[in-house]
Design a protein around this ligand. Structure first.
Ligand code: NDP
Length: 449
């Protein structure tokens, strides 16, 4: 008789948990995965995927306006939020089904209830069922972290933004990170008046300063309002259902119909029972793991946002894959966290890989930078006075390109390909040797002198 009920019990069927389950099962392990909400996790259900679909939807506002300059007789168009919302929610439902089927097809038992750890090999389900597992993988992700000022309960998070009954006339977005900037663009394009409220004057911390400044400049020109050095004091609900947001600093209270918190996400470990296996959280509430994603308990591993290493889906997927290959596939390997490309799907979007200018200077003393500040051809004809900015950060002695930073149409699409060159350690001279592909925006990457 087997010593354990399953070889692997995974808690959380998001990006990391699903990949780990599927690959471990493919390696011959008996696998069960518990999911208390919906299979697919944050990325598929209420993150990257529905967000990107809203970004596409939002972009039509500008595309339809620009179309006239390209000769199209576009009548005045209405935007119907509920049509887009429902189509997006249906697509999410379809993907959820695909994820579930993939697990089942790979002989993974999908348990649709909450699971809790009771010891190094013990699991208790919400139904009371108890199981034992040779290994446990925690892949529970993260959840919105909201500043607790009086009245904060009147606010929503991005979780709820996908289900709104209507586009708010006025929305206050708290925070200035990924989610805040992406939803600011989305709601602005749908016609909301957007006010972004940030406790400092730094948006998108970690991105290159010139690129961040360009986004602020473009967003402000479009009509998005930024309130900087404004911490939340209180939120007051008005008789008509609207909200009055009081912030610190020299700012009048801000009236809005929806307040959305986008103030970061914290690892989701509430009530997981980690203490029963002797696992203590770090100061940020994350599960500490080693390079193989192993916790302080030999039989328990953790991948994805719950470990707060890099909160990105492709990283969680790689962590899940490496875990399954290493523990069950006799193919040990580790995730390489160097040069991870990232994007902000703001309007216009940002793409980045490698070191920013400031990070390069801190690390190497001095770096060379090259920038191309240009108005894309399409914007010129459209009469859209919106300039793109591309920037290369280059090692002063070796000529190796240390980082690429871009803001402009399709920046994430272009950046993904360019990231291969940075990851490969190519030099600026090798960029320059590459013949430009004309006419394109991407050609700027090989034309910077
Ligand atoms: P971010 O960490 O990107 O941004 C959080 C923002 O909220 C920052 O501006 C931060 O300010 C501010 N903030 C934090 N705490 C408080 C507080 N107590 N009061 C007021 N402001 C506060 O988090 P997001 O919520 O935008 O996104 C969560 C994660 O999800 C990201 O880290 C990212 O990895 C991932 N994500 C990735 C996307 C992508 O790849 N395109 C899209 C969406 C999310 P400060 O800078 O001063 O700390």
């Amino acid at each position: 008789m087997a010593q354990y009920d399953v070889d692997l019990f995974v808690i959380g069927a998001g990006s990391g948990g699903t990949r780990a389950s599927r690959i471990a099962a493919a390696h011959g392990a008996k696998v069960a995965v518990a999911e208390e909400y919906r299979v697919g996790g944050t990325c598929v259900i209420r993150g990257c995927v529905p967000k990107k679909l809203l970004v596409y939807g939002a972009h039509f506002a500008e595309d339809l306006a620009d179309a006239r300059r390209f000769g199209w007789n576009v009548p005045d168009c209405d935007f119907e939020w509920t049509t887009l919302r429902d189509n997006v929610l249906n697509e999410v439902k379809r993907l959820e089904g695909v994820y579930g089927e993939t697990l089942v097809n790979n002989k993974v038992e999908v348990i649709r209830e909450r699971a809790e750890i009771t010891g190094p090999h013990g699991i208790r389900l919400a139904s009371g069922r108890e199981l034992t597992a040779k290994y446990i993988l925690v892949a529970t992700g993260a959840t919105p972290d909201i500043p607790t000022c009086p009245g904060h309960q009147y606010g929503i998070t991005s979780n709820e933004a996908f289900d709104l009954d209507a586009v708010p006339r006025r929305i206050v977005i708290a925070g200035a990170g990924y989610i805040a900037n992406e939803f600011a663009g989305i709601f602005h394009q749908f016609g909301s008046h957007v006010t972004m409220v940030n406790r400092t004057d730094v948006i998108l911390r970690g991105y290159d300063e010139q690129i961040r400044d360009r986004l602020i400049q473009i967003a402000t020109t479009k009509g998005i309002t930024f309130k900087f050095h404004a911490a939340f004091e209180k939120v007051v609900k008005q008789e008509d259902g609207s909200l009055l947001v009081h912030v610190t600093g020299d700012h009048e209270p801000i009236a809005c119909d929806v307040l959305m918190f986008a103030t970061g996400r914290r690892p989701l470990t509430d009530g997981l029972g980690l203490e029963s296996a002797g696992i203590t959280l770090d100061e940020r509430g994350a599960i500490p793991v080693d390079e193989d994603s192993k916790t302080s308990c030999d039989s328990i591993y953790a991948v994805g946002d719950v470990t707060n290493r890099v909160q990105l889906t492709p990283v969680a997927i790689r962590e899940g894959q490496a875990f399954a290959d290493t523990v069950f596939g006799n193919k040990p390997h580790r995730v390489d966290y160097d040069c991870i490309p990232s994007a902000v799907f703001s309007h216009p979007p940002i793409g980045a890989v490698g070191l920013t200018e400031a990070q390069g200077r801190n690390k190497y003393g001095s770096v060379k930078t090259y920038t191309s500040d240009f108005r894309p051809m399409k914007n010129v004809l459209a009469g859209r006075n919106e300039r793109s900015l591309y920037k290369l950060v280059v090692h002063a002695e070796t000529d190796v390109v240390l980082g690429i930073h871009m803001i402009g149409p399709d920046a994430p699409e272009i950046l993904q390909a360019a990231a291969i060159a940075v990851k490969a350690g190519l030099t600026k001279a090798q960029f320059d040797e590459t013949v430009a592909l004309h006419p394109s925006m991407a050609e700027e990457l090989v034309l910077m002198r």
